[in-house]
Design a protein around this ligand. Structure first.
Ligand code: ZN
Ligand code: MN
Length: 257
C-alpha cells in the first residue's frame, strides 16, 4: 500500500482487494533477536499471503499492547515500548475507519503479538458498530493471529521432546526459527540463552515480580531453532491465512461469502 499511488490503490480496492493490516509490538526478544520481531513477522506473513490472494498490505502498525511478564517478559527491558489498551484500540479503530472511508470493505488484521488480542477485538467491535450506524453494513473485518495458523505437530516433528508450550515461546524455538528463515542476518545465535524451560507461577502480581523473568528476556531455550523449521512454520501460517481470507471473502476475492 505504501508503494502505491492513491488512484492505483483505489483501483485495487474497487476491484475487490482485501486490505491486510499487520499489527505487532516493539518488544525485547532476548539477546539473540531484534526488537521488531512481532511486527516484522506479522508483516512478512501478510506480504506472503498477498502473493496468493488479491490483497494489499498496509504498513505495519508497529506498537502493541504492553508486554506482559509471563508472555513477553514485561516492560522492564530497554527498547520495549507498549501502548495503553485504550490507546491501541482507539488507534486501530482510527485506522479501520480511515480505510473504510477510502472505500475498503474487506479488511483483515494480521496480529503478531500475544498481548494485543482483546484490544484489537475492541477496535474491530467499535469500528463495526460505527460502520453499521452510518449505513456501511458491507464492511467486514477478519482478525487473526498469524502464529495460530499452523499445526503444532510441525514443532513436535522437528524438535521432538520435551514438548514445547507455545505460551512460553516468546523468543524461543518458534520465533527464532521464523527469524532464521526470513531474517537470518538479524539473529545472533551466539547470544542465545542457555536456560531451562521457564515455568511461571499461575498468577500475575502488580507491580510485577521482574525477577520471575530470565535476565536475557527469552522465556525458553531457542537452541533447537532451525531455518528449516522456520520455513515450514512460515509456509503453514501463510497457507492458513490464505484459507481464512478465501473462506471469509471468497476464493476470487469477490466477497461472495
Ligand atoms: Zn514475539
Ligand atoms: Mn510479543
Amino acid at each position: 500500500m505504501a508503494h502505491l499511488s492513491w488512484p492505483a490503490y483505489a483501483e485495487r480496492i474497487a476491484n475487490g482487494a482485501v486490505v491486510l493490516i499487520p499489527v505487532g509490538a516493539l518488544e525485547q526478544h532476548g539477546r539473540h533477536l531484534p526488537l521488531g520481531v512481532d511486527f516484522m513477522l506479522a508483516e512478512a506473513v501478510a506480504l506472503a499471503t498477498a502473493e496468493h490472494v488479491d490483497a494489499v498490505v498496509a504498513p505495519p502498525f508497529v506498537y502493541g499492547y504492553k508486554s506482559q511478564l509471563r508472555t513477553g517478559g514485561g516492560p522492564q527491558f530497554a527498547g520495549t515500548v507498549g501502548l495503553d489498551g485504550h490507546s491501541l484500540s482507539s488507534a486501530i479503530t482510527d485506522v479501520l475507519r480511515g480505510l473504510a472511508r477510502g472505500g475498503a470493505d474487506k479488511l483483515a488484521i494480521v496480529d503478531g503479538h500475544y498481548e494485543n488480542q482483546m484490544f484489537l477485538t475492541e477496535a474491530c467491535d467499535l469500528a463495526i458498530r460505527e460502520f453499521r450506524q452510518s449505513g456501511r453494513d458491507g464492511v467486514k473485518i477478519v482478525q487473526a493471529r498469524y502464529f495460530e495458523q499452523f499445526d503444532e505437530a510441525i514443532l513436535k516433528r522437528h524438535v521432538g521432546g520435551p514438548p514445547l508450550d507455545l505460551a512460553y515461546e516468546h523468543a524461543g524455538v518458534f520465533e527464532t526459527s521464523l527469524f532464521l528463515h526470513l531474517f537470518g542476518d538479524l539473529v545472533d545465535m551466539d547470544a542465545a540463552p542457555e536456560q531451562a524451560f521457564k515455568e511461571f507461577p499461575s498468577y500475575d502480581c502488580h507491580p510485577p515480580h521482574d525477577d520471575w523473568v530470565p535476565a536475557t528476556g527469552a522465556l525458553s531455550d531457542p537452541h533447537r531453532a532451525t531455518a528449516a523449521l522456520g520455513r515450514e512454520i512460515f509456509d503453514a501460517c501463510v497457507q492458513g491465512m490464505v484459507r481464512i481470507l478465501e473462506t471469509e471473502f471468497g476464493p476470487e476475492g469477490d466477497g461472495s461469502n
